[in-house]
Design a protein around this ligand. Structure first.
Ligand SMILES: [Zn+2]
Length: 285
């Protein structure tokens, strides 16, 4: 088609205004006006402007910007107390080793729902030594250790929940190895687990309306010898008839598990996060 023929066409603005056909018509008319002399430069300009409009738009409406880096969550080592030949506490037809394993599975489920990686020190009715339980935790670089137990007392009136941690950590030498040749690393400043214990105990007492026996420092092997912040929870007395009745109820055990997971999550939120890597040009100054 010659340029003279193109000029005789009716103007694009006389077509219906609201239809897709009219928009196409206007666009075609514009293209025809610029095609003879400026076709390629204009197409290039449109592409260039389009590209920049994506890159420099401040609010990133298309969501092209990378999400900010998220610190990874620590692995929660869940330690069901006793097992195998070691029944633990007994009362009202219940054995502690069964209750702890059942609770461990429920705690794991709750923590997984919160995206925490988990590791159980046992998954069946087998005996795992205390040192092995500690080793499992110390072999994991970033972990939180939660040991699960239930109580018994001769005085059957005693009831309530308590959580232990170790003020004086004495980490077992079976995890990370020192590889230096001429100088020893600075001694580690370890998290005693006191605040972890406080968050878990608070969540347990408020969610279960259980008797609050508080948090206590103890020399229990699994909390003292672990490098991770570690707690040992005594989730009630099987020797107390009222608590035994509650513990027999799976819904109640679910509520214990949910409270423990909530306590771990609350603790994690308040924990100092590892610093993000410094860009090289900043690090050199
Ligand atoms: Zn126990």
């Amino acid at each position: 088609m010659s340029q003279r023929q193109q000029r005789r066409r009716p103007p694009a603005r006389k077509r219906p205004a609201n239809s897709a056909t009219s928009r196409r018509g206007v666009f075609r008319a514009l293209l025809e006006r610029v095609r003879p002399r400026h076709c390629m430069p204009c197409v290039g300009l449109v592409v260039l402007v389009g590209a920049f409009s994506v890159v420099i738009t401040p609010d990133d409406p298309l969501g092209f910007a990378a999400p900010p880096p998220q610190p990874s969550l620590p692995t929660v080592v869940i330690d069901p107390g006793h097992g195998g030949n070691d029944d633990g506490a007994r009362g009202h037809g219940m054995r502690e080793k069964h209750l702890t394993l059942d609770l461990a599975m429920r705690v794991e489920e709750n923590l997984k729902a919160l995206n925490f990686p988990t590791h159980l020190t046992r998954r069946d009715d087998s005996y795992v030594g205390l040192s092995e339980r500690v080793s499992i935790s110390n072999r994991i670089k970033d972990s939180i250790f939660v040991s699960l137990h239930f109580n018994a007392a001769r005085q059957t009136g005693i009831s309530g929940i308590e959580t232990f941690y170790a003020r004086n950590k004495d980490v077992a030498d079976d995890g990370w190895q020192w590889m230096g040749l001429f100088s020893k690393p600075e001694p580690e400043i370890l998290d005693t687990g006191e605040s972890l214990a406080a968050y878990i105990q608070t969540a347990l007492v408020s969610k279960l309306s259980a008797g609050d026996r508080g948090i206590k420092s103890s020399d229990f092997h699994v909390v003292r010898r672990t490098r991770a912040p570690a707690v040992l929870i005594e989730g009630g007395f099987v020797s107390n008839s009222m608590e035994a009745q509650l513990l027999r109820n799976p819904d109640y055990r679910d509520r214990i598990a949910s409270a423990i997971a909530e306590g771990v999550a609350m603790y994690q939120k308040t924990r100092p996060q590892p610093a993000l890597p410094v860009p090289p040009d900043v690090a050199e100054r």
